[in-house]
Ligand binder design. Structure first.
Ligand SMILES: C[S@@+](CC[C@H](N)C(=O)[O-])C[C@H]1O[C@@H](n2cnc3c(N)ncnc32)[C@H](O)[C@@H]1O
Ligand code: SF4
Length: 376
């Protein structure tokens, strides 16, 4: 029997002061001012259109991502979150995160965001090296990043996160570890530590920089992982580390195949219905079209044959034990339907199991694509 998973809400803010050369997120360099009021009105109209899908279910987490949400004024944030709360039941314990770029952080705005209901801030630090920040096209230096982190810590939020990247152009092992040490010294409850990937359709994609080779990347990962573990951070996903009790609930819901409404330019949504349908939605990507009121770009149903792959593609990112029951609860399929594939995965050493749980092994992580192919 299919069960409805928890429901989250993602809100996309599509502007940045300038475009970073490595970034392929749906973000556009700002020309002129942010249309605060107009965009919030569109977000709420977009949400109105999605409300029938939510069917009055309670929202357990909200994530305001970008782009650079910290370009939005605190008044606009207040209006946006008030508008959300007027339309949907938001759990009183909901984790409400917003992303912030250190180059756009102002002290009084941060406390305004907090008053609006934000209880978790995710700060895009990337590196503490002045040279690397220039090479990454960032609009801030290391001091602004530290100031933003201290400000987040001083507000007494439920949690805050720092985003760091490693494997940067010409980065040495020492430089990568030094970034981690400086981040750890700021005591964030959560640390996202991404390996830089070169994406097509970015400046780095057309003119690739020289990156550390595979051996150097492995040294950075293994020694960095040790440093984080020794400082009390537990890895719970490929790039996500948290102090115990501080995992990002919003991302956990994605990776556990939870439901989410997605509003704003290019936002993705996934909704399960009582009758067993699972629907994916994609909103209009470009602010121009979106702000003409054309919100929904595409929607499609997730057919039964595609559900095992989609479920495991998300779920295998997490290192936690996975209750077998979640598979049938959230896909509506019986465990028997994937019996052969699970047996193959166990035989290949990609998975281990107990009577009630599956868990991905070290080998499974290393050969993730082969493991996932079994479910295609
Ligand atoms: C959508 S950005 C949001 C943060 C905010 N816009 C900022 O940059 O300060 C989320 C994070 O993804 C990471 N990221 C973006 N592009 C990446 C890439 N090509 N490789 C690895 N990590 C990347 C960065 O750490 C970034 O902070
Ligand atoms: S500020 Fe963040 S979202 Fe904007 S271009 Fe840079 S990495 Fe991408």
């Amino acid at each position: 029997m299919l069960k409805l998973p928890p429901l989250s809400l993602y809100i996309h803010i599509p502007w940045c002061v300038q475009k970073c050369p490595y970034c392929d997120f749906n973000s556009h360099a700002l020309k002129g001012d942010v249309p605060h009021q107009e965009y919030v009105d569109h977000l709420l109209a977009d949400l109105n259109a999605d409300l029938p899908m939510a069917n009055e279910r309670e929202v357990t987490t909200i994530f305001i991502g970008g782009g650079t949400p910290s370009l939005l004024s605190s008044q606009a944030m207040q209006q946006l979150l008030d508008g959300v709360r007027d339309r949907l039941p938001v759990s009183p314990q909901a984790e409400i995160t917003m992303e912030a770029n250190p180059g756009t952080v102002e002290a009084n705005r941060f406390s305004g965001y907090q008053q609006a209901g934000i209880n978790r801030i995710s700060i895009g630090v990337q590196s503490f090296s002045p040279d690397k920040l220039v090479r990454l096209g960032r609009i801030h230096g290391p001091d602004e990043a530290k100031r933003a982190a201290r400000l987040a810590a001083s507000l007494g939020l439920r949690s805050f996160n720092l985003d760091l990247m490693h494997g940067l152009p010409n980065q040495s092992l020492d430089e990568a570890l030094d970034d981690l040490r400086q981040a750890i010294a700021l005591s964030p409850p959560h640390l996202s530590w991404y390996q830089l990937t070169i994406e097509p359709n970015t400046s780095f994609g057309s003119r690739p920089p020289v990156l550390p080779d595979d051996d150097a990347l492995w040294d950075i990962f293994s020694q960095g992982h040790q440093l984080l573990t020794a400082a009390g951070y537990q890895q719970y996903e490929t790039s996500a580390y948290a102090k115990p009790g501080y995992q990002c609930q919003h991302n956990l819901n994605y990776w556990r195949f939870g439901d989410y409404l997605g509003i704003g330019c290019g936002a993705h949504g996934k909704i399960t219905f009582e009758d067993g349908r699972i629907l994916r939605t994609v909103k209009t990507k470009h602010p121009r079209g979106y702000m003409q009121g054309r919100y929904l770009d595409k929607q499609n149903q997730v057919e039964n044959e595609d559900r095992p792959f989609e479920f495991f593609m998300n779920r295998f990112r997490l290192l936690e034990m996975m209750p077998k029951q979640d598979f049938s609860d959230f896909t509506g399929l019986s465990e028997v339907s994937i019996h052969t594939q699970i047996e193959q995965a166990l035989a290949a050493g990609y998975l281990s199991e107990t009577a009630t749980h599956w868990q991905i092994t070290q080998k499974g992580k290393l050969f993730l694509n082969s493991l996932l192919e079994l479910f295609l």
